[in-house]
Design a protein around this ligand. Structure first.
Ligand SMILES: Cc1ncc(COP(=O)(O)O)c(C=O)c1O
Length: 393
């Protein structure tokens, strides 16, 4: 089997597995005042400190959550509510290529009449247009509650100019959130260099368990809570803290940061080989995203005239697991909003596949893919585009 879907989720690190074996099982509620509670609290605070050191922020700026989706929701809704309530700022600015975990809460606020949602356009490789943003901020800065631009895109892998966004926003005192779910461990993240106000990270993308993650929120940046309950995590995220999960996450973050350089070098070499061999075996394949400034493990292609879902199923039947990169709801695949924002026509957008590499990937995975890809593409082309006439935006 060739698993080429590490951007969706990746293997548990053996070091994390060992830690879980050792620590799972004890009754641990870090909010309890007795000995066991205090021991659990110590584990949580130690984990917080290790995560903070890894990305160079203060421990008090780390809030444990259940993962990327929750961190993004707190950042978007929480920041917007607090800024709109306190300072009457109504516009949310997000890039047009955000993950649904950012896009949907922003859209939800807009649908309820609580915000005006404005999307920052991107160019043909999926990089946000900084000139557009500079003009927008100059014209409307007084109305903007927050800006959210992801560190790197999950579908096409394009890395965004986060420091430049933050520097533009800083002139007007507008908080910047960045979804770094795909970036941590793949790119250097030093928050003394990129001074974003909020950052989302997910554990299962870096070898921790599912249901772990954190939101970094700078001291002084206020959010209204999304979850209400026991006021844990200083009222930013109610709910009993997963002490072992915090430890697992801290270990995964430390290892991801420590190994990032070597890991990224190895993955980008492997990825370049994959790209070259895909182009060789299917010469009219179109490589999407920024050819240089992209996640080291990401390769994204359009195969004109072949339905993405059909190629996915045929590959799966041959033991090759990939992704179309975009969410499929109610069984009907919609063209990806990311590819549409980059200017691909909806039919091309639906003819796409993402191959994503991780620590477990090897040459053998690429060999397996290339052995079946030309036949898969031609069979999918012969089947035609199922939804040529019913593409919706
Ligand atoms: C960029 C990005 N943000 C957010 C998420 C959601 O993270 P989680 O699965 O931890 O909720 C994902 C997961 O695919 C992602 O790729």
């Amino acid at each position: 089997m060739a698993y080429l879907d590490h951007a969706a989720t990746t293997n548990l690190l053996p070091e994390v597995k060992q830690l879980l074996v050792e620590q799972l099982g004890a009754a641990m509620n870090p909010s309890s005042l007795h000995q066991s509670g205090r021991a659990a609290r110590q584990l949580v605070e130690e984990a917080r400190e290790r995560i903070a050191n890894s990305i160079k922020v203060r421990p008090a700026e780390i809030y444990f959550t259940s993962g990327g989706t929750e961190s993004d929701n707190i950042a978007i809704k929480g920041l917007h509510w607090a800024r709109n309530r306190n300072a009457n700022k109504n516009q949310i600015l997000i890039s047009s290529i955000e993950h649904h975990a950012v896009l949907d809460p922003a859209q939800w606020l807009a649908d309820r009449g609580e915000a005006q949602l404005i999307q920052i356009p991107v160019d043909a490789v999926g990089r946000i247009k900084l000139d557009w943003l500079a003009d927008k901020l100059e014209a409307d800065h007084e109305s903007i509650s927050l800006i959210s631009v992801m560190w790197a895109n999950n579908e096409v892998g394009t890395v965004q100019p986060i420091s430049e966004v933050q520097q533009l926003a800083e002139r007007y005192g507008i908080p910047v959130h960045s979804d770094a779910v795909q970036a941590l461990g793949a790119l250097p993240i030093d928050l003394t260099q990129s001074k974003v106000d909020a950052l989302s990270v997910s554990g299962h993308k870096i070898g921790s368990i599912h249901g772990t993650g954190f939101l970094m929120l700078r001291t002084g940046v206020k959010v209204d809570p999304v979850l209400h309950g026991g006021n844990q995590e200083r009222d930013v995220r109610s709910g009993t803290i997963n002490a072992v999960g915090a430890q697992a996450l801290a270990l995964a973050v430390e290892l991801a940061v420590a190994r990032q350089g070597a890991h990224s070098t190895r993955l980008s070499e492997l990825r370049d080989e994959l790209v070259a061999r895909v182009k060789q075996s299917v010469p009219d394949a179109v490589y999407n995203g920024d050819p240089v400034n992209r996640l080291p493990g990401n390769a994204h292609f359009s195969f004109h005239g072949a339905e993405g879902e059909v190629m996915l199923m045929l590959l799966d039947a041959h033991g090759v697991q990939a992704s179309t990169g975009s969410a499929c709801s109610a069984g009907i695949a919609q063209p990806s909003h990311v590819l549409i924002a980059m200017g691909l026509d909806p039919v091309k957008a639906k003819s796409s596949l993402r191959f994503s590499l991780g620590a477990h990937s090897s040459q053998t995975d690429i060999d397996q893919l290339i052995a079946v890809l030309p036949e898969v593409v031609s069979r999918a082309r012969a089947a035609g585009l199922v939804s040529d006439n019913k593409v919706s935006h």
